[in-house]
Design a binder for this molecule. Sequence first.
Ligand SMILES: [Zn+2]
Length: 467
Amino acid sequence: MKIRWTKGMRGAWSALLLLAGITGVSKGYAEMDIQDFTLQNGMKVLVVHDGRAPVVTHSVWYNVGSMDEKPGKTGLAHMTEHLMFKGTKTYPAGVMDKMVQRKGGVLNAFTSYDFTAYYEKVPVTELEPMMDIESDRMSNLQLSDAVFQPERNVVAEERKLRTDSDPTDRFFEQVMRRHFPHHTYGHPVIGWGADIQGYTFEDAMDWYKTHYAPNNATLILVGNVTADQVKPLAEKYYGKLPAEDVPERVIPVEPLRTAPLEYIKIDPQVQVVGWTVMYRTPSQFQGVAGAPVVAGEATGLWVLSEILGGGSTSRLYQELVVKQQLADGASAQYDVVRAGESTFDISVQPKETVTADTVTDAVQTLIDDLLANGVTEEELQRAKVSIKADEIYARDDPFTSLYRLGMWVTVAGAVADFNTWQKELDALTVADVNALARKYFKPEGRTLSVLAGNTQQLGKLKVTKDQ
Ligand SMILES: [Zn+2]
């Protein structure tokens, strides 16, 4: 069983889609025909009809992720995801996998900062057994310390393989810890190694009992089904579970800081220098340092990321790769949908002969020019067209539709607002985009991180001393 999780906030959306085998899709959410209803126990149900094939993807999304973890207990959301495959009295471990595989289907799960989700893609005729099993493990998971201990070792090994043995991942954890010293986005989804070793069977049970309840979950179905067809089934299987007393979700706030951050390290294992700048920015659901959300800002930052770093016609690519020939790659990345605040990231891969300080200066010149002169009408229109085209393409993929919808509802987005980005996009002006750049590209919101193989690659930049 392969279990997936997002490896970091930077590239969270694209990284996860990449793991799922989907590439070339941009952030955002396509306009979809969503039918929705709520069961009496408070569980939300969303149905997106797609009649092109006789299949359905059945998924359950819990409003809990690594963001909800406490210091010392990081990684519990992901650990619990693993334990959810350990079976119930009715359906012991492995039964679900076999049922799905026998029908040519696929099943998996993923944990991220804001959510934990389980899905099965099966022929429509197999929908009912999936609902039976998934609703069963929502409340009847059979766990014991004997099951927990070996699975903890699996997770510890997973961390070793994916993070501890990867210099970039190791480094990036430390960048996030510094960028978000107070917000729980500052700890990795998989959890710190010492925490994985430290938590107990009771911790995992407590997590499961506290957060796994119908009123803390959303059932999302995408495929050849309609709300009328699935309603009686949803009531039969999920409707029988009682609502539980789930604590209200608290979204952490990272306080304002007064100076830029720098984290610069040498690791002899590194071949290609990694250079990234992150700016503190609002997401669709939380402003910087808990400031109120301003409608349209997240969509505007999305457009700005397209203009600055969305492909080979973007400013970063044209300037650093094509004209100045300083880099092999340059891009920007911004996450629209997050429960907490977001980051706007600029990443550059310097050419082998180019030092990191040269890149820092070149990017700063580009940002200074943006702040002084702004974007053009032509750039804005091109970005709008490109984003819309990407979204139409993305909407064609049922898994992408499912993923966008799941993210949206688990970070408290109302279903009715899911498609508002299109109106916001149409209304966006050059003045709006320029105002956003000036508001958020401030030195005190900036975190520069560089990971190099040796000091020569840094140029004038100095290695950060660890506190
Ligand atoms: Zn895992």
